[in-house]
Design a binder for this molecule. Structure first.
Ligand SMILES: Nc1ncnc2c1ncn2[C@@H]1O[C@H](COP(=O)(O)OP(=O)(O)OP(=O)(O)O)[C@@H](O)[C@H]1O
Ligand SMILES: [Mg+2]
Length: 370
């Protein structure tokens, strides 16, 4: 609970300002600086260009089509999923499919209820309001949003103290599209006010391959099919990473060869950028190496582990760990982080023998049931 509270209040979005190696990692799921402009050019504009997430796409298509057919604004829509999976892209697609304007805001930008009132009261009928990182909105604004979502009304408070009065103000019916990378941090009353919640998952390699090929066409890059396969396999299930690896490989192909991306060339480039077959990069490997070699496989606490690789705990936790956990290479246990058998095998080593039982109650602690 306290971790959740901290994350809600934290001035920095988790993973957004990852320090050190987190910032310029070629496999970071977070977009930095000028990358955002490049991404805009690669964004699919309509639902039928959007690759993968088939269930979400079908459900969303129904929600939007029936709203258009009835001439009504659709239910409010929540998009939840990790960084780089396509939430911002989908919000733009939603507005395009509805043929409505899109207003973009974000939780951290809405510090006071007044900030939100200013946005809500100037929406035009049917406008789509996208609130990114909605879990980080200030509490008083959140309460104002509840009323706006349900009754299309804001209560503007005039005056202070006992004499303060709330003046109800009608606002145009709109569609809220909320996005969050941390669905667990959404307060239930907010979550319940969305008529449709889309959970975006990591992409399959075959889907990423289609994305890489599509982006290559847009960037006018000549890429062989097996090279696209190679890149998508190392993209950690994330379109943003796939697009970034493609651009890095293109740079390599232009400088070191004739610009055509072959499989050998893609492999050579990705080796140079230190992204291995599974998509692990230097930070991931540093974490695993420290875990296995410095701490004998763990368990070890997050901050100790972070210090040993010269990173902030947040970087290790938000940037490296989720992927390592998903790959089954690292496990979080109540006593700390441990390297799994797969991690030892990935490093080409034999796992150490299980530790001797250490005075566990009733002597059943070594069953590995924890
Ligand atoms: N389904 C998809 N098909 C094709 N390209 C995609 C898809 N999803 C995402 N992309 C590409 O990946 C990039 C990142 O997507 P987007 O910005 O929508 O992610 P996000 O979920 O909003 O990330 P964040 O949490 O960091 O805001 C975009 O450039 C977009 O072109
Ligand atoms: Mg986004």
């Amino acid at each position: 609970m306290s971790e959740e509270g901290d994350a809600r209040r934290s001035a920095r979005p988790p993973g957004r300002a990852a320090h050190g190696a987190g910032e310029d990692r070629v496999v970071s799921p977070v977009a930095e600086g000028e990358e955002q402009a490049i991404e805009a050019a690669l964004r699919p504009k309509r639902l039928d260009e959007f690759v993968g997430q088939q269930r979400v796409r079908e459900q969303l298509s129904l929600v939007l089509q029936s709203a258009v057919r009835r001439g009504r604004t659709p239910d409010h829509i929540m998009l939840s999923g990790g960084p780089g999976l396509g939430k911002t892209t989908l919000s733009m697609i939603i507005a395009a499919e509805l043929g409505r304007p899109l207003r973009i805001s974000s939780g951290p930008a809405i510090e006071r209820a007044g900030d939100l009132a200013a946005v809500l009261s100037t929406l035009s009928e049917g406008e789509v309001l996208f609130v990114d990182e909605i879990h980080r909105m200030a509490r008083p604004a959140e309460e104002m949003l509840y009323v706006a979502m349900e009754d299309f009304r804001v209560d503007v408070v005039v005056g202070k103290g006992p004499g303060a009065t709330a003046i109800p103000l009608d606002i145009a019916p709109f569609t809220l599209v909320g996005a969050t990378t941390r669905a667990g941090l959404l307060p239930a009353p907010l979550r319940d006010r969305f008529g449709f919640v889309a959970h975006m998952d990591f992409y399959e390699p075959a889907e990423l391959e289609v994305i890489v090929e599509r982006s290559a066409r847009l960037l006018r890059v000549d890429i062989h099919d097996d090279a696209a396969t190679e890149i998508s396999g190392r993209s950690r299930g994330t379109p943003r990473i796939a697009n970034r690896l493609l651009r890095r490989v293109r740079d390599f192909a232009e400088v070191r060869a004739d610009g055509v991306i072959t499989r050998e060339l893609a492999r050579a480039a990705l080796t140079l950028y230190e992204v291995d077959e599974r998509g692990l990069d230097r930070l991931d490997r540093a974490v695993l190496n420290a875990l296995m070699h410095t701490f004998g496989g763990g368990p070890v606490g997050l901050s100790t582990l972070a210090v040993s690789v010269g990173e902030e705990p947040e970087t290790v936790e938000v940037v490296a760990e989720p992927f390592l956990v998903r790959q089954g290479l690292l496990a979080r246990t109540p006593r700390g982080r441990v390297a799994t058998r797969a991690a030892w095998e990935h490093a080409g080593l034999a796992p150490p023998p299980p530790p001797p039982t250490t005075g566990t109650l009733f002597g059943v602690g070594d069953e590995g049931s924890e």
